[in-house]
Write a protein that binds this ligand. Structure first.
Ligand code: LLH
Ligand code: MG
Length: 378
């Protein structure tokens, strides 16, 4: 079988999620947004689909890297794109490579009529999820005060969640960031949900060492499960310094570039206690499975960062504890359970015990509404 085309279609849909001037998402007025559908086309009629990626880069870099190749040669296609990444620094991202890799895995699963997590080597059928909030805001009844976080955490626990992660206030909110206010929110949530719910904090990503240490020490008293990205992840020394001083787990890296090599450096330098990898951060399932095996070899826990079909299928196939599935980003004003117009169903419904189950359908299991896409092409 040979790849004959990489079809990249951009389409419009309505959303109530907006980005602030620093890129963080919040609820807002309904408006038009665009999404990309990537289709790997082959000479045997088999196809694979994924959402996301930058159309320009996918057509300029990914398409020539794969046309004529066997779609099962995912490693070769991935490595070829990674070479191009050196030359397109900053413009050809891991999210682009991710879209291609997910579409190739989807094709393999559809062709063999199997879910991707089974192709990878199945391990679990369900995974506990954590409720992951949007960043703090100034919306009345939203996530505007420590009490508001406590109310929202209480509502999530009532739905079945056994774990909850706060993303707290960040610029451009004029008074943010504030280590004291972050700790106040974390304390209010712990008080509301009691001792048995796992709690995590992902705060402002540019605190200095003393601020990060202060927050971590307070979270230790509150029995938090991890502290996430309180400093710029390019400073591995800062994270090694923090992890050395805290008893509670430091998790990372999330945003630092560099695929599995970065994860290896962080493990060796003891910069975090729990490693991380997500399909969007590393460039698909292919590199994330390598990160999983890397962590397994070192006896280090690894969290799969982010939600979606790719990450869920990895969680179904990893033989080490995957921490939790990140369900979000959530907000009291957003109905996460309602699928966007281009999907027939969400990939990650929550059961009453707070678990998300592995998709059953062939490939990634994503139920894309192809008729909607066709009708709303941009
Ligand atoms: O800063 C943000 O907007 C959030 O932290 C966001 O990046 C979120 O996806 C995240 O970090 N999750 O873990
Ligand atoms: Mg994060």
């Amino acid at each position: 079988m040979k790849v004959t085309d990489l079809r990249v279609q951009t389409f419009k849909y309505r959303t109530k999620i907006v980005r602030d001037s620093e890129g963080h998402t919040h609820p807002g007025p309904e408006h038009d947004s665009t999404q990309t559908l990537v289709t790997v086309v082959t000479d045997e009629g088999a196809e694979g689909y994924a959402l996301g990626g930058n159309p320009k880069m996918l057509l300029e870099v990914s398409k020539p890297a794969m046309v004529g190749e066997d779609p099962f040669d995912r490693e070769r296609i991935w490595q070829r794109q990674r070479q191009w990444q050196r030359l397109h620094v900053g413009s050809f991202s891991d999210r682009d490579i991710c879209a291609v890799d997910l579409a190739l895995w989807d094709l393999a699963g559809r062709y063999l009529k199997m879910p991707v997590h089974k192709l990878l080597g199945g391990f679990r059928e369900k995974v506990p999820a954590y409720a992951s909030t949007m960043c703090g805001d100034e919306l009345k009844g939203g996530l505007d005060t420590p009490e508001a976080y406590a109310d929202f955490a209480g509502a999530c626990v009532a739905k079945g969640y056994t774990a909850f992660k706060l993303h707290t206030w960040m610029p451009p909110i004029p008074w943010a960031p504030s280590p004291k206010q972050d700790v106040a929110a974390c304390a209010a949530v712990r008080k509301r949900v009691g001792p048995d719910i796992a709690l995590m904090l992902d705060c402002f990503h540019d605190y200095d060492r003393q601020q990060a240490l202060y927050i971590g020490q307070e979270l230790e008293k509150l029995g938090y499960h991890w502290i996430e990205e309180p400093m710029d992840e390019h400073s591995v020394s800062s994270y090694a310094w923090l992890a050395e001083q805290l008893r509670m787990p430091v998790i990372g890296p999330e945003t630092a570039e560099g695929h599995i090599q970065t994860r290896a450096e962080w493990i060796v330098r003891k910069a975090s206690d729990i490693s991380r990898a997500g399909v969007g951060d590393l460039g698909g399932i292919t590199p994330v499975m390598k990160a999983v095996h890397l962590a397994e070899a070192f006896g280090v826990r690894l969290e799969i960062h982010g939600g979606g079909a790719g990450n869920l299928n990895v969680l179904g196939a990893m033989g080490i504890q995957g921490e939790y599935y990140e369900r979000g980003l959530l907000h009291p004003f957003i109905d996460y359970d309602k699928p966007p117009a281009y999907l027939h169903a969400i990939i990650d419904p929550l059961d009453k015990d707070g678990n998300v189950h592995m998709p059953k359908g062939p490939g990634l299991g994503q139920e894309i509404d192809f008729a909607y896409v066709k009708k709303h092409l941009a």
